[in-house]
Design a protein around this ligand. Sequence first.
Ligand code: PLP
Length: 341
Amino acid sequence: MTIDLRSDTLTVPTPGMREAMMAAPVGDDVYAEDPTVNELERRTAELFGHEAGLFCATGSLANLLGVRMLVEPGQEVLCDVSAHIARAEMGAHAAVHGLTMRTMPSVRGRLELDRVAELLSPSAGPHLVSTAAVAVENTHNFGGGTVQPLEQLAAVGELCHANGVGYHLDGARLWNAHVASGVSLASYGALFDTISVCFSKGLGAPVGSVLVTSAANVARARVQRKRLGGGWRQAGMLAAAALYALDHHIDRLAEDHTAARVLAEAISGQAPAAVDLAAVETNIVVVGTGERAAGPVAAAAAEQGVRVSALGPHMIRAVTHLGVTAEECAQAGKVLGSLLA
Ligand SMILES: *Cc1c(COP(=O)(O)O)cnc(C)c1O
């Protein structure tokens, strides 16, 4: 049997989720008449204390729209050098919306007030690009599931708002940050102008993200979503999966975090240099392959039934999720540990 730790997007809908999808009342969402989509948007916005939400096919689309609500073509958004919006969205913000990005170095994706303050140039005049928004990722994916400390998030938020600069949160795994830190969703919500959250990662829905922001922004984002071909019709069956996930799959993320720790400890038992146990904060484990190239190590693991992602020349990422048990993670850790010992 394969233990697939390449990503938490690999989850498939549970039987209960499938039942909820089958039972969902639906309508035409381009007419804003799908009651299940409307319910998901309302509930998600409420969790974050925002006015409204917009259900989108992907997190990339929710980020694309969220950032665009804050930044005009020719202006810049600041983010860290390994941010998903900068590295993993195929240049969409530039290619589609004409925005530029300036990126900051970071340690494991962690936001730092000083770095933001150094680059922030609101109303930069006729010679320089003006900063219109700062974007932060929580948890940070390529950083290894890093939880952003609330004080730093709040301090950067104050700086942004004092300078009339927007503040976007890529919260694809904000649910994991919330469960790991105990910070309420409303406390995170209060800091940002626009937030994207994913339902298709650890929450286990097949598809979908929601952008939450003001009602006025959602009205504008809805037009732009349609323009990009992202208007959809009876999407309520997908929204039902997301609603089911809100009710049943948030608290259980703690199990994924425990499983990640089990995995990391099993690896470090045989190959102590390969993982930094203190850096395992949520459901992502970054494994260093030392002198060895990551690709062949991942391939050797796959032959033994453990699938992981080679994300850098000497870096492997393993992600726990509702499709794998802690026992399987212990087993996977033994396989990886013995390959790296
Ligand atoms: C997965 C992810 C997204 C969204 O990805 P899609 O594949 O477009 O749904 C956005 N941000 C981060 C940090 C992610 O990990």
